[in-house]
Design a protein around this ligand. Sequence first.
Ligand code: FAD
Length: 305
Amino acid sequence: MEAITRDFFLFLSKNNMLNNIAKKRGGSFAAGKIIGGTDFQSSIKFIKQLNDSGLSVTVDHLGEFVDSKKVTQERTAECIETIEMISREKLDSQVSLKMTSLGLDIDHALVIENMTKILDTAEKHGVMVTIDMEDEVRCQATIDIFRQFKEKYSCISTVLQAYLFRTEKDLDDLGQFKPFLRLVKGAYKESPEVAFPEKKDVDENYKKLIKQSLLNGNYTAIASHDDKIIEFTKELAKKHNIPNTQFEFQMLYGMRSKTQHELVKQGYKMRVYVPYGLDWYGYFMRRLAERPSNISFAFKGMVRS
Ligand code: FAD
């Protein structure tokens, strides 16, 4: 039943018609619950509150699978503005973005052009930019873009997904860069040809990758709400004398806030992923796929609004 629910929401997450309806209805029902706001300006007060309570942030301007060159250029300009505002407002925040929002599905040269502008600004202001990982068909292209920019910029990181068979090798191959990596379980619907179909195998592979990344000396973000994964990381760090400064935990805004604060109290770095913008539909459906009960409050709000 759990798998059917997950597949259903992941199927809905790619529905263009529902996405357009969602955009027109706005995002006010979710603002302050699972997204920071409908624009970056309106998210600043939430980011400041999080920072004041000891939590670091990464912001993500929602939007993916963009098929218009003009929209990718608007996204690039907005991202540059966000980086400048982070610096001006002295926020403890990084930026996360998706390559399909900058033109990955349109033209490789366009993504490179857009990313170069963003990274030039990020490097100038010392703001880290993380390339989120999307579905498996775009994984190689995303890693190639990361490698290309990592040669020139220090303010760039990316994400590897534990459900993919290929990830152990990707982690090995990226070792030469001593990268800052975010490790996740993976949020898309993938075929059994490329990804572990069983959750228990994903969890085991996740632990293996965390160990591999930390023992290689990479700065590693463990992005999970799973207590078992968090405990595993803490014990691993203790056993191998890995300092707390070599890793951080990450969670999504609106999920497990109490645990986030407890981890800060225990002396761990905790970063909250704060999405903002009108394009919340795909993000929201993937969160429903992971855990329908936890965000049912937001769903009720959407039906009422
Ligand atoms: P799950 O495997 O979903 O749950 C395991 C257990 O954890 C549950 O049984 C429950 O006990 C506990 N749990 C989980 N969620 C909650 C909750 N909300 N409240 C209470 N208990 C809970 N995926 C990508 O594919 N690409 C990305 O770039 C990406 N970036 C991410 C960035 C961040 C900061 C985070 C947190 C996730 C990101 N993800 C990304 C999503 C990720 O791949 C998983 O789909 C998502 O995090 C769910 O897996 P999990 O490890 O949190 O726990």
